[in-house]
Design a protein around this ligand. Structure first.
Ligand code: NAG
Length: 279
């Protein structure tokens, strides 16, 4: 099942990246962000799933110290980038729905490039800080990670160093990387919602809904799981239910995004048809 999920993730996300770069009708900020999001989905899923798959297939549930660090690094990098990309997309939708006449002057290609590269830079900084701090601890309690990949909480449990500093660091970085994009998304959607309430034509309403519905769904799934997983009292960490949620978060969500976007979307559907028909 994991292999199937990973294959769908691979084909769906990379397919979307190629489709968007191939069809010039899709060279708009929304689709360029979507393409970046697909790349991040592909990255975060590739950091975790192949290793889990080989573990399940060969029965060898072993990961090297460096392998563990690499996994944590890329998972945090792409996860953070995804969170900021979702915020950029919300900002973009806000521009398109609330200030349509200014849209072409506010969402220029250089603004988009700044936002997209900013997302990756934030991801890189966050994962460097997290990695540097986590792997400067000494691990002497045990070498068994009670989890299906190297995530921060299950690693901290193994450390015999003082983890107070890194814990407080995570309580600063976590809200920054999760809640600041969430605030942007929340505000954007509040303004979009208020604008939609003032639209009186059915056609206008439909248009506003169709441009926002997919993104809104993707955002809800993403933040719903993160908040459930990482922002709850410590005692319940490392429990079976958390692992189930994380399987969902690390494996299913990267698969869902391209499906959510392409199956409900006329532009993507027509691009797929065009691609099928040939050059
Ligand atoms: C990411 O977004 C930027 C800015 O919109 C765009 O120029 C770039 O092509 C995108 N990258 C990918 C891989 O889609």
């Amino acid at each position: 099942m994991f292999t199937l999920i990973y294959l769908i993730t691979l084909v769906g996300n990379l397919g979307l990246v190629f489709l968007i770069s191939w069809d010039s009708c899709l060279h708009t900020p929304m689709y360029l962000f979507l393409s970046n999001l697909s790349l991040a989905d592909f990255g975060s899923s590739s950091a975790v799933t192949p290793k889990v798959m080989t573990g399940l297939l060969t029965g060898e549930k072993f990961i090297s110290y460096n392998g563990c660090a690499t996994q944590l690094f890329f998972f945090v990098l792409f996860g953070t980038a995804e969170s900021f990309l979702l915020a950029s997309m919300a900002y973009d939708r806000h521009g398109a729905v609330c200030k349509p006449l200014h849209y072409t002057t506010t969402m220029t290609s250089s603004v988009c490039a700044y936002l997209a590269s900013g997302a990756y830079i934030c991801g890189f900084l966050t994962s460097s800080i997290v990695l540097g701090n986590t792997f400067s601890l000494s691990f002497c309690k045990s070498n068994i990670v009670h989890h299906f990949f190297c995530d921060i909480p299950p690693l901290l449990v193994l450390s015999c160093s003082d983890i107070h500093i890194i814990e407080s660091l995570i309580y600063i970085i976590g809200p920054f990387t999760v809640f600041s994009p969430f605030l942007v998304i929340f505000t954007s959607y509040l303004l979009i919602f208020i604008t939609i309430l003032t639209i009186h034509s059915t056609e206008g309403l439909q248009k506003a809904f169709s441009t926002c519905a997919s993104h809104f769904l993707a955002v809800s799934i993403f933040y719903g799981t993160i908040i459930f997983m990482y922002f709850q009292p410590n005692s319940s960490h490392a429990m079976a239910i958390d692992k189930m949620v994380l399987v969902f978060y690390t494996m299913f969500i990267p698969m869902l995004n391209p499906l959510v976007y392409s199956l409900r979307n006329k532009d993507v559907k027509s691009a797929i048809k065009k691609a099928m028909r040939g050059r």
